[in-house]
Design a protein around this ligand. Sequence first.
Ligand SMILES: Nc1ncnc2c1ncn2[C@@H]1O[C@H](COP(=O)(O)OP(=O)(O)OP(=O)(O)O)[C@@H](O)[C@H]1O
Ligand SMILES: [Mg+2]
Length: 265
Amino acid sequence: MTTVQAVVAPSTASILAMAGKGGTGKTTLSALLIKYLVDRNMVPVLAVDADANANLNELLGLEVGRTLGEIRDSMKTETPVGMTKSQYMEMHINQAIVEARGFDLLVMGQPEGPGCYCMANSILAQVMEGLSRSYRYLLVDNEAGMEHLSRLNLRKIHTLFVVSDPSYRGVLTAARIADLTSALQVKVRQKVLVVNRVPRQMPEALTDQVEEAVSKTDLVFGGYLSASEKIFECEINQRSLLELPSETDAVAEAYRIFDRFLLDG
Ligand SMILES: Nc1ncnc2c1ncn2[C@@H]1O[C@H](COP(=O)(O)OP(=O)(O)OP(=O)(O)O)[C@@H](O)[C@H]1O
Ligand SMILES: [Mg+2]
């Protein structure tokens, strides 16, 4: 993969992002989405791990170097004489990008500590904007909670996937999260509900509950993802989800959802 200087795409990347309460499967769906975009040749992709406790790299079989948070902190004291802070950030962010087959990965790391980070954050936002011109898709894996999306200063999200567990309360929470995003300073073109880890015997009541929750919000129902032994095995054996065959139930189901919501451009 190439870095920001080498590729100049005419427009900015379409931004895809994850939301949902803790442990519902945001990072898993992010890894499957990267696999999908690479398989369908919808590249180049920049994956941004915006979880302070970064772990997307593990599901992708990648080692992480420096995080954006570390670079932002070091900018304050380590920018050499003769270099602007913007140049320092841009250079180090380019070095921190982990390059893989068809996609790159950038890890945000810890949020800022006490002190003023206004300048650092505004430089970071500028660098991210520049970076997004070099990719076709920018995929942001979030931790639970929406404030991290505002940290990135994104203006427009193409698709927000809201992930839920297969329970009534889970789906209601997903609906509430979808509502919360309306208060953010970011335009979201479509919000897609994905109900994850669904048992083989799907409880009938769940379909009604999903329908009810969706009808009260601007969420669109995307689909169900099966609870998958194969995903479980990858997790236990610390293997990359990128290695899963596309016929694996949960992978095929995820691909159908992505086809439906991403292929229209
Ligand atoms: N469809 C699935 N089948 C089997 N296991 C799954 C499935 N989806 C997720 N898991 C497992 O559930 C756990 C939580 O998933 P994941 O880390 O993707 O959730 P998350 O929403 O990103 O969590 P966090 O809020 O902590 O970031 C992981 O152990 C993952 O392997
Ligand atoms: Mg996660």
